[in-house]
Design a protein around this ligand. Structure first.
Ligand SMILES: *Cc1c(COP(=O)(O)O)cnc(C)c1O
Length: 232
């Protein structure tokens, strides 16, 4: 058995255990394999183990990998999206997790209308208010989502956050809980065209806590593919 298959099985067991602890169905949580910087053969390896959801943070990388891998892969755009890259990614990603402004949503609207697509998106919230991170502030989120809801080719399906890098995942529990509370608040506003079904939160260091707090998408890179190498 390959190393990635073993890693995947370990992650899968941890996801299942976290679901069980939280009294949640395993099928309520989608594991996104974050394959950024990783070569196509590594993706093929876990594709053959059944993984169909892959996450990338660069438009360029989705565009390079998508044509050479099977059609039934769901590509999740999880990284910061520049408005000038929207056109390229819009018909390749099944969901954009990183919409954090009305401006970006408006550009998605414009490009989606041209291609007659309806684009599922998550709204990214910088819950911990880290300066280094993208994402709107929690306080402004509902008002921006109200505006986005008026765009006919964009569908807000929930919220996303990137929690701080911490040693003890328990430190991020309040962050995940806050995102969940915010999604419940917004769901209660019954905004047309907006659902709050999805919560994209939790990475290698903290996904179990995120599942316990209600994540429906966990984005896991390192625990499956190993450490990333950015120089070269
Ligand atoms: C890279 C990345 C991940 C995966 O991080 P790991 O710690 O390797 O699991 C998750 N979410 C986003 C937005 C990322 O950019």
């Amino acid at each position: 058995m390959g190393e990635l298959t073993i890693n995947l099985e370990k992650v899968e067991a941890r996801v299942a255990a976290a679901c069980a602890r939280a009294g949640r169905d395993r099928s309520d949580v989608t594991l996104i394999a974050v394959s950024k910087t990783k070569p196509v053969p590594m993706l093929e390896e876990i594709y053959s183990d059944g993984v169909r959801d892959f996450g990338e943070n660069k438009v360029q990388e989705i565009c390079a990998k998508q044509p050479v891998l099977p059609d039934d892969i769901r590509w999740h755009m999880i990284g910061h999206l520049q408005t000038n890259k929207v056109r390229q990614v819009i018909d390749k990603a099944c969901m954009i997790h990183s919409v954090d402004s009305l401006k970006l949503a408006q550009v998605i609207e414009k490009e989606a209308a041209k291609k007659d697509l309806i684009v599922p998106v998550l709204f990214e919230v910088n819950v911990a208010e880290e300066e280094s991170k993208f994402g709107a502030r929690a306080e402004e989120t509902a008002a921006i989502i109200q505006e986005i809801s008026l765009l006919p080719h964009v569908r807000v399906r929930g919220l996303m956050t990137i929690a701080p890098f911490v040693d003890d995942p328990e430190e991020n529990r309040p962050v995940f809980r806050r995102l969940k509370e915010l999604s419940v608040d917004i769901a209660g506003k019954n905004i047309n065209n907006v659902s709050m079904c999805d919560l994209s939160m939790g990475m290698t260091g903290d996904f179990e806590v995120a599942i316990e707090e209600g994540a429906t998408f966990v984005r896991i890179g390192t625990a499956i593919f190993g450490a990333r190498n950015y120089d070269k």
